[in-house]
Ligand binder design. Structure first.
Ligand code: ADP
Length: 502
């Protein structure tokens, strides 16, 4: 590990936040959990406990759902759309005013490099709130020309209204904690819903900061409730709660399936953003000066703990060696260290468990016919670090190529087929279908491949483009529904149709 591993300074505001007693945010107040319990928050770069947070349980989920229901029926239902918009803009301004603190907390809690935390909170926290703040005044139904059989000769008018679905349970993961919370909150509030947010037990800090900001934003009490808690008890209680109208979930495919089952009791709506194993297909005419950094960053962004990660490269034989060498050189040059240290390119994985899972995949890869080109080791010292790892000559029958690893492991497979359908068939050989990209200068090849790859997003000459306006979500076992953009709002709305005869 490099000099980046030395412990960086933390601001006084961050120290004060970490030292505070953190309770649950229910009905606009900070409250103790019904049954005593705490979550120890660990800095994955040092393995030290940095904060202690109250741990909610199923009874607290009940209280939070009741508060969200009361707010939904009460003040929030009467608040105008312009006021909802103003509140989301104010929330964005306040998050921006807390950007330094939010960034430091995110880095200490999750491990990601400071620049990534800062940029993503500004771009996908603040801008995302403003984007959906704009939508809240643009939600409307339609008038529909019909001839109801009750009035074959008379006049009639049919119109629709879009209504908020109600109380939303938001269950979020640890890989980009604050952004994931905002991705759920912004469209839910824009639509007029109220929310119970259960952040991941491994990374509750920025959700709690969000609670503090929300409590000063003018958003009525109970509209947003935040219950740091574990998934197996409190998360499951939220997913099956009769008082919840929709679950918005981001996390693993395995837990997504459990949530779906739990939601069946009251047939609540469910949107799921799940795993991925995204293909990145390089044709021989591609601009390798863009391919190599694009693939390397796409694979190792957030240490590969990222559902959109470009984990499977399909590279044409003619450029295979050059691409593999270029990626290995870049990956070997990445400096590992605590996210707050200057010069850190890659942080640690989130936990010892996660590192164990990732290392088991790497061991499996070593035993396969694939060639380990770089990485594969755990560096000496504290922190849950794993060196960025590249396997070349993988094939789609290998576990490392098929399954989502959620760590810094890139598989590179070669092809020499000019039949695009054959190339796409390899790219589609997983249960996932989230992201993907095609790299070529030939527009015909590019667009034909886009049509053949079965993913919710396929980019050309870039990977996993993200903007609040670009719909994002998966096909097959990568999920249900879309977030971002207008479609992201739709998931929080239901339609009421009215016909009047005259
Ligand atoms: P990982 O396994 O990588 O930690 P998960 O998909 O388990 O990712 O976690 C995503 C979120 O789902 C977290 O907030 C976690 O607490 C929650 N969760 C885990 N298990 C359940 C469950 N059975 N029901 C509801 N939520 C759950």
């Amino acid at each position: 590990m490099s000099a980046a591993a030395q412990s960086p300074a933390i601001s006084q505001a961050t120290r004060d936040f970490l030292a505070r007693r953190h309770q649950l945010f229910i009905g606009g107040r900070w409250v103790e959990p019904a049954s005593p319990g705490t979550i120890e928050v660990v800095n994955p770069a040092t393995e030290e406990t940095i904060a202690t947070v109250a741990r909610g349980g199923p009874e607290d989920i009940d209280r939070a759902v009741a508060a969200a229901r009361a707010a939904f029926k009460g003040e929030w239902s009467r608040i105008g759309t312009h006021q909802r918009s103003r509140l989301l803009f104010r929330l964005a301004d306040q998050l921006e005013a807390h950007l330094d603190l939010a960034t430091e907390l995110e880095v200490l809690d999750n491990g990601m490099p400071r620049m990534i935390a800062r940029h993503s909170i500004a771009k996908f926290g603040c801008d995302f709130l403003r984007y959906y703040g704009g939508w809240s005044t643009k939600i409307f139904g339609e008038t529909i020309p019909v001839q109801p059989h009750e009035a074959p000769n008379g006049g009639s008018l049919t119109y629709t209204q879009r209504e908020p679905v109600g109380v939303v349970g938001a269950i979020t993961p640890w890989n980009a904690p604050l952004i994931m919370a905002v991705l759920k909150l912004a469209p839910a509030l824009a639509a007029g819903c109220t929310v119970v947010l259960k952040p991941a037990e491994l990374t509750p800090l920025t959700a709690l900061l969000l609670g503090e900001i929300i409590s000063q934003s003018g958003i009525p009490d109970g509209v947003v409730n935040i219950v740091p808690a574990f998934g197996h008890d409190a998360g499951a209680a939220l997913a099956e709660h009769e008082g919840v109208d929709k679950i918005a979930f981001t996390g693993s495919t395995a837990v997504g399936k459990k949530i779906l089952m739990a939601a069946a009791g009251n047939l609540k709506r469910v949107t799921l953003e799940l795993g991925g194993k995204s293909p990145f297909v390089v044709f021989p005419d591609a601009d390798l000066s863009r391919v190599i950094p694009g693939a390397t960053r796409g694979a190792f962004f957030l240490q590969g703990q990222n559902c959109m990660a470009s984990t499977r490269l399909f590279v044409h034989d003619d450029v295979f060696e050059r691409v593999v060498e270029g990626i290995a050189a870049m990956a070997n040059g990445f400096r590992l260290g605590p996210g707050l240290a200057a010069g850190t390119d890659l942080g640690p994985l989130i936990s010892a468990d996660q590192r164990r899972r990732v290392m088991a995949y790497i061991e499996d890869g070593r035993r396969s016919q694939a060639e380990l080109v770089c990485g594969g080791e755990v560096p000496e010292g504290k922190g849950f670090f794993v060196r960025p790892t590249v396997f070349a000559h993988t094939t789609m029958d290998m576990k490392i190529a098929r399954e989502e690893i959620f760590g810094p492991v890139l598989c590179i497979q070669s092809f020499n087929d000019s039949d695009l359908e054959a190339v796409a068939a390899e790219a589609n050989k997983t249960v996932y279908g989230l992201s993907g990209s095609v790299w070529t200068r030939d527009i015909s090849t590019a667009h034909r491949m886009v049509n053949l790859i079965d993913s919710g997003q396929v980019s050309i000459n870039c990977h996993a483009a993200v903007d609040p306006g670009i719909p994002f979500g998966g096909n097959r076992q990568s999920g249900w529904g879309r977030e971002f953009g207008r479609e992201g709002l739709e998931g929080y709305l239901k339609t009421k149709a009215t016909t009047v005869l005259f």
